[in-house]
Design a protein around this ligand. Sequence first.
Ligand code: FPP
Length: 247
Amino acid sequence: MSKKFVDVPEHIAIVMDGNGRWANARGLTRVEGHRAGEAALMDVIEGAIKAGVKYLTVFAFSTENWKRSPDEVKFLMNYNREVLRRRRDQLNGWNVKIRWAGRRPKLWPTVIDELLTAEKLTSKNTGLTFTMCVNYGSRIEILDAVNQIVEDSNSGKLKGKVTEKTIQKYLLTKNLPDVDLFIRSSGEQRISNFLLWQSAYAEFVFLDVLWPDFNREHLWGAIEQYSKRNRRFGGAVDKPKKAKRSG
Ligand code: FPP
């Protein structure tokens, strides 16, 4: 059964935050929290499909996450690979197109292989585009784009003035539209270097729910909030209220 909304965001981005706190509050290790985050993610993907969302993009591993303990980094690398391997057929069955956005340097080659295999398997699908940001950071993404633009301009491959469209084409997310709704779980109210360029006009919803407790109902609640927002993209409409006349 599909879920109806007044206004469905075309592109939702999610920072799946709070796995560590969820685990520690239960006397478990941080990696147990990440394990519990998988079910939340699958439920949210299904919820997004039912709501008619076209693009869902999640922050699975940031370029800053290498600073975590070697054990946690190792776990997250293995886990990203394992989740993809375990879930790709199910996602394929849901007509989901899996995409990867991230940088190659440092990222484990076996994780890249798994991401590319999932991309290839689901490339013909026409349903939800689900982008996993693995080894992704927005500032370095923009910096990489600028350097490539300079290189291509110098070599003559790129001609004319650089426009917003040019930059967009050089980003890791070049095939994605701008973010309409940006959600972060766990009560933290930060962007944390996620999709900075792409979220210029996004609506933000911060939910006080740790990621492993997150489910489709929370996603739908955020879409409900989004439906009530008045997006102006910098424009404005003059609507003076009728002044009350006395006497
Ligand atoms: C943030 O919580 C979460 C991550 C850095 C990893 C996200 C991974 C998952 C949700 C696991 C399942 C999904 C995939 C795609 C493999 P945190 O560790 O920053 O939590 P904290 O803020 O409470 O410490």
